[in-house]
Design a protein around this ligand. Structure first.
Ligand code: HEM
Length: 160
């Protein structure tokens, strides 16, 4: 385990591997479903955290949505930036703030491959929150070219 860089100390409660105890996706354009998820926030001693999220189907175990990126903090402030690449052809730059038990983000910029499937995502809002029971709660809302900002994901994960 690397030493935690002074700059990322406000984010230290996020560091580790987290495994879902429940996770549900909903959206007006689809039937709700459950999924499994593992999230990792890792430090290599740099002033940033390395992030991955892997999700899979609970019955077939087939991989679903995958994300990989970096979480940075403006040293000495509570301002944070989250750069994420999504496996379905999209990248998001999200910015927000860190508090004692949560980080909240709004997308600043989203880019997509020319051959990514429609609808395009116009905005993402998300929150990672450390609950009183020590679990991590993740919630994500998104806006697309067809649907205004609406809840898409909610998961609760236990530290592995
Ligand atoms: C649907 C984006 C995370 C599974 C969608 C759609 C978009 C989208 C744009 C299409 C909505 C429509 O047709 O109106 C995102 C973004 C995510 C995210 C930006 C993360 C920030 C996830 C995760 C899972 C997932 C974690 C699964 C574990 C699905 C499925 C559908 C869907 C199965 C419906 C099938 C489809 O339209 O392809 N998502 N998603 N998504 N999402 Fe997500």
């Amino acid at each position: 385990v690397s030493t935690i860089h002074e700059a990322v100390k406000p984010l230290s409660w996020l560091i580790g591997r987290w495994r879902s105890v429940n996770a549900e996706a909903t959206y007006p354009t689809m039937a709700p479903f459950n999924y499994c998820e593992e999230i990792s926030f890792e430090t290599l001693g740099q002033p940033l955290l390395n992030y991955t999220s892997k999700t899979w189907h609970p019955l077939t175990h087939k991989p679903m949505h995958l994300e990989s990126g970096f979480l940075r903090i403006k040293p000495g402030t509570n301002e944070i930036a989250f750069m994420v690449a999504h496996n379905f052809g999209l990248t998001s730059l999200e910015e927000g703030t860190v508090h004692s038990n949560e980080v909240i983000f709004k997308s600043k910029q989203i880019t997509r491959m020319t051959f990514a499937s429609d609808p395009a995502v116009l905005a993402i809002e998300r929150c990672f929150k450390l609950k009183d029971n020590g679990n991590l709660e993740v919630s994500v809302s998104m806006e697309t070219t067809k649907t205004p900002l609406t809840h898409h994901l909610k998961s609760e994960l236990q530290k592995v």
